[in-house]
Design a protein around this ligand. Sequence first.
Ligand code: GDP
Length: 296
Amino acid sequence: MVLAQLGGTITRAIQQMSNATIIDEKVLNECLNEINRALLNADVQFQLVRNMQNNIKRIVNIEDLAAGHNKRRIIQQAIFNELCNMLDPGKPAFTPKKGKTSIIMFVGLQGSGKTTTCTKYAYYHQKKGWKPALVCADTFRAGAFDQLKQNATKAKIPFYGSYTESDPVKIAVEGVETFKKENCDLIIVDTSGRHKQEAALFEEMRQVSEATKPDLIVFVMDSSIGQAAFDQAQAFKQSVPVGAVIVTKMDGHAKGGGALSAVAATKSPVIFIGTGEHMDEFEVFDVKPFVSRLLG
Ligand code: GDP
């Protein structure tokens, strides 16, 4: 994961600064510039990087550094806090409760890993004793229903979809109603994706959302989309009330900075990350351990 490299670069920049005999503004700026480069390389959005630099400069007192306090610790702590703040939008995502019906709608571009993630999310809860169910409201991509059906069958999770119905809203509503009657406590609605952000996709998303009234809308984002993350996440958030983010393909060559951008753009927390193609390659996302690992 490229995130580890980011941690390495940041740690090295701080180390270099600590080694300097005199720590003045120039040395601190050099250190922060190095850190900025590392963050930009990891695909963190430019504006976020600039805000972070300004915040750190405000927090870190140059006189404390010059007086020989533990410089490395002071700066490292400031960076740790800033990265945590960037990943924490301040309010937790809606948390479904076992035994009480919740409707969770998944949105994202085609190929982001949405369908795979729906099954992972269902499987994760099923292992903990929940009664999840999957609804395929993706009528756009040929093969979408077959894919969901295959995944669901493998995980022994009930599913709903149609080969003939072309109205995603109708399928979504029927699926949700069916599973409400069956007392499922986690009804997961997979929606259509597109190759790019299109008005038609957003309109369809809005209609499915209005008709099914989900408790939570999860935006699924491929971590390898780089600097495009902020705009993409913002476009989804402007169409439907996204309440949580799941970042996929964190196992690949992705630069994890997109996660920070998605949080900033949607003002919603990352709740899970996808770390592989298999059903159980799925981890709860926790800000502090993630940032600790990032900084090495
Ligand atoms: P959708 O079009 O958004 O529904 O995307 P899919 O669920 O069909 O996933 C697209 C591809 O990404 C598939 O080949 C998945 O196996 C793969 N994929 C999804 N999540 C992950 C992940 O976390 N890691 C890796 N390596 N591959 C993933």
